[in-house]
Design a protein around this ligand. Structure first.
Ligand code: S3P
Length: 441
C-alpha cells in the first residue's frame, strides 16, 4: 500500500494517541506472570503488541477482550506451559527479547521466530548473558558473527543470578535479563552505560518484585518470596513515540495547531520534547496526572516558531531513540547544522534508520550526510516530493509521510501498511487534520 503526501495548507486537530507500545508489551507479560492478572485498558492496537499477546497464549496465558479492554489471566511465575507451536514474534524486537528472558527463566523452552526484518536483528546481546545465567539458548550465526532468529531455548535448565555490564544501553536487553532474574537463584544485576527507558523497573516494582537500585545506576532483582500481584486495572498511557509524529506535523506546517492528550511523559521517553524546545519549537506540555505509574500530559504544538539547529549526543540518545527519524525531518526545517552522534543503535532497528533517513531525505532535496553513528543535516532545506520506500519500517513510513507535508510536489511512500506495527489509522487521522494533504492508495 502507498501513502501520498503533499504540502499541507492546514494542520489542525486534537486526539489521544494509542496506548504506549513498550508499556503495552509489559502490561501483557507482567500481568501474565502475576497471580491475579489484570484488566488492561488502552492497550496499544499495533501488530507488535498483538505478537506478544499471541506468544503468551501459546505458553498457556488466557488473554481475552472484555468490552474495550483486555483481560489477562495471571498464571504466576510457575504457571507457564511449554509452547504448543513456535513463538512467532513477527516484527517485534521487544517481544523476542523480553520473551526470551521469560522462557529461559520459566524453563518451558521455545522456538522463537520473526519476520525478515526481525530475523536480521542482533540477538547475541540477550542469548550470551542468558547462557551465562545457565540457559541453553542459541540463534543462527550470521556473517557479522552475531546470532539472529530463529532462536531455540531449551526447556529445563535452571538459571543463576549474574552481574551483567551492558555494552550498549538497551531497555530490551535490560528487561530480558531482569525478567530472567525473577526466576534465577541469587541476584541478577544489570548496569547500562546510559539509562534506557525504565518501564520494566517501575512496573515490576509496582507488582511487588524485589528490585533494588545501586548508586552506580545498576538495577538488581532476585526471585520474589511472594507471588507478584498486578493492579486490578492497568490504564496504558498514550505513546510518546506515536505522538512525536503528530507533534512534528504541528511544527513544520506554518500556522498548524496539534494537541495530543494523555501522552506518557516519563523522563526516559521524552528527550525529543526537550530537544524540540531547545530548537525553539512552540510546544507546551500540560501535566494531566498519572497512568500506570507514569506521568501523563497534554502536548500542544504550534507551527509558528522559527526552528534552530541543535546537537544530539550519546547521553541523550536513549531518551529519544525511536524519535530520531522524525527529528531528522524537523531538523531539515531548522536554521543551521544539526548533528546526531552516538546513535549507531539506529542501524539495528526495524531497518538501518540512518541509511533510510539519509537516503530518503536526500531524495527529497535535503542537505544531509551520513555518519557511522548518526547524521548531519544542514537546514533549512526546501524539500520536494519523492518516491520513498518504507523499508519495512513503521517509523520510516510515518516520518516521510510527515516530511511530505512541507514539501513541494507529491511524496509517495511505498509500504504504508507498516504503520500498523505501532499506529493503525495514523494516515487517516493525518488526512483528516490536513484537509486531505495525505491520502492512501
Ligand atoms: C523498547 C526499547 C528500545 C526501543 C524499542 C522499544 C522497549 O530499544 O527502540 O522500540 O520496549 O524496551 P532498546 O532495547 O534499544 O532500548
Amino acid at each position: 500500500m502507498r501513502v501520498y503526501s503533499k504540502r499541507a495548507k492546514r494542520m489542525q486537530g486534537t486526539t489521544g494517541v494509542p496506548g504506549d507500545k513498550s508499556i503495552s508489551h509489559r502490561a501483557l507479560l507482567f500481568s501474565a506472570l502475576s497471580e491475579n492478572g489484570s484488566l488492561v485498558r488502552n492497550l496499544g492496537p499495533g501488530q507488535d503488541v498483538r505478537s506478544t499477546a499471541e506468544c503468551l497464549r501459546r505458553v498457556g496465558v488466557e488473554i481475552v477482550p472484555e468490552g474495550e479492554a483486555t483481560r489477562v489471566r495471571g498464571v504466576g511465575l510457575s504457571g507457564l506451559r511449554p509452547p504448543v507451536k513456535e513463538l512467532d514474534c513477527g516484527n517485534s524486537g521487544t517481544t523476542m527479547r523480553l520473551l526470551s528472558g521469560v522462557i529461559a527463566g520459566a524453563r518451558v523452552g521455545g522456538h522463537l521466530t520473526g519476520d525478515a526484518s526481525l530475523s536480521k536483528r542482533p540477538m547475541k546481546r540477550v542469548l550470551e548473558p542468558l547462557r551465562q545465567m545457565g540457559a541453553v539458548a542459541k540463534g543462527q550465526r550470521n556473517e557479522r558473527g552475531d546470532e539472529v532468529a530463529p532462536l531455540d531455548i531449551e526447556a529445563g535448565h535452571p538459571l543463576k543470578g549474574v552481574r551483567h555490564e551492558l555494552q550498549v544501553a538497551s531497555a530490551q536487553v535490560k528487561s530480558c535479563l531482569l525478567l530472567a532474574g525473577l526466576f534465577a537463584e541469587g541476584e541478577t544485576t544489570v548496569r547500562e552505560p546510559e539509562s534506557s527507558r525504565d518501564h520494566t523497573e517501575r512496573m515490576l516494582r509496582a507488582l511487588g518484585a524485589p528490585l533494588s537500585f545501586g548508586m552506580d545506576g545498576a538495577v538488581a532483582v532476585h526471585r520474589p518470596e511472594r507471588p507478584l500481584v498486578a493492579p486490578e486495572e492497568l490504564w496504558v498511557p498514550g505513546d510518546p513515540s506515536s505522538a512525536a509524529f503528530l507533534v512534528a506535523a504541528g511544527l513544520i506546517v506554518p500556522g498548524a495547531r496539534t494537541e495530543l492528550v494523555n501522552v506518557d511523559v516519563n523522563p526516559t521517553r521524552i528527550g525529543f520534547l526537550r530537544v524540540l524546545q531547545r530548537m525553539g519549537a512552540d510546544i507546551e506540555v500540560v501535566s494531566s496526572g498519572e497512568r500506570a505509574g507514569d506521568p501523563v500530559a497534554t502536548l500542544h504544538a504550534r507551527g509558528d516558531a522559527t526552528l534552530r539547529a541543535t546537537d544530539i549526543g550519546a547521553g541523550e540518545v536513549p531518551s529519544l531513540l525511536d524519535e530520531l527519524p522524525i527529528l531528522a525531518v524537523v531538523a531539515s526545517q531548522a536554521q543551521g547544522t544539526t548533528t546526531v552522534s552516538g546513535a549507531s543503535e539506529l542501524r539495528v532497528k526495524e531497518s538501518d534508520r540512518i541509511v533510510q533517513m539519509v537516503k530518503g531525505l536526500r531524495a527529497m532535496g535535503a542537505n544531509i550526510e551520513e555518519r557511522p553513528d548518526g547524521f548531519v543535516v544542514h537546514g533549512p532545506c526546501a524539500l520536494r516530493g519523492a518516491g520513498i520506500d518504507a523499508a519495512g519500517d513503521h517509523r520510516i513510513a510515518m516520518s516521510f509521510a510527515v516530511a511530505g507535508l512541507c514539501a513541494d510536489g507529491e511524496t509517495q511512500v511505498e509500504g504504508a501498511e507498516w504503520a500498523d506495527i505501532s499506529y493503525p489509522g495514523f494516515f487517516r487521522l493525518l488526512a483528516s487534520w490536513s484537509e486531505d494533504a495525505i491520502r492512501l492508495g
